[in-house]
Design a protein around this ligand. Structure first.
Ligand SMILES: CC(C)(COP(=O)(O)OP(=O)(O)OC[C@H]1O[C@@H](n2cnc3c(N)ncnc32)[C@H](O)[C@@H]1OP(=O)(O)O)[C@@H](O)C(=O)NCCC(=O)NCCS
Length: 161
């Protein structure tokens, strides 16, 4: 059966993040992160990011891919925690999840202008393929250094959704 794109809850995604994406992580996994697109801690994100999105692909038995997004300031949204089960990698699920996120974000907030991410260096190529552009490199966080990357959200840059 082909995996189906599904809306998820934090409770669905949290165990995958803990066991698969960030197995050695020592800091608590929360619904949102307070790191800004400039790479600094910004507690105001708590006021913007009150409605995080969690979505992924499921087959009959399990979640095989997931991602999250939440607002981080007036016009920016972060893409966080993208993961695809190894046996489903390179089949397009990652790109489809990014497109689905953008569709939801633009539907909810027509003023949304940027989707940004904090990419591990090993994933930069994937995000470039998903039309993200490199910004600065930041250090000092678990699984770093990270490449900050962003994608402008205009109708021209949308792929098929
Ligand atoms: C990164 C990840 C989410 C990509 O998901 P995916 O479903 O395999 O990606 P897709 O199949 O949609 O790939 C889209 C394109 O990106 C390319 N790509 C995927 N991962 C890549 C990588 N790490 N480096 C360079 N290119 C990559 C694919 O080859 C494909 O290119 P093509 O369309 O020209 O053939 C997945 O590899 C993963 O879960 N990795 C482990 C977790 C992780 O590192 N998450 C990111 C943390 S920042």
């Amino acid at each position: 059966m082909n995996p189906i794109l599904t809306e998820l809850r934090f409770e669905d995604v949290q165990p995958i993040w803990k066991e698969q994406l960030w197995p050695e992580r020592t800091s608590k996994i929360e619904k949102i992160s307070y790191i800004s697109s400039s790479g600094i801690i910004d507690m105001q994100i708590g006021q913007w990011g009150t409605n995080p999105i969690f979505l992924g692909f499921t087959n009959n038995t399990e979640i095989v891919a997931c991602v999250s997004s939440f607002q981080t300031n007036q016009h920016e949204y972060r893409c966080r925690g993208i993961w695809v089960q190894e046996s489903f990698r390179s089949t397009g699920l990652g790109l489809k999840m990014i497109d689905a996120l953008i569709e939801i974000i633009k539907k909810n907030d027509s003023q949304a202008s940027t989707l940004w991410t904090m990419a591990r260096l090993r994933s930069v190529g994937f995000y470039q393929r998903a039309q993200f552009k490199n910004q600065q490199i930041i250090e000092g966080y678990e699984y770093g250094p990270h490449q900050m990357m962003s994608r402008i959200l205009d109708s021209q840059s949308m792929q098929s959704v």
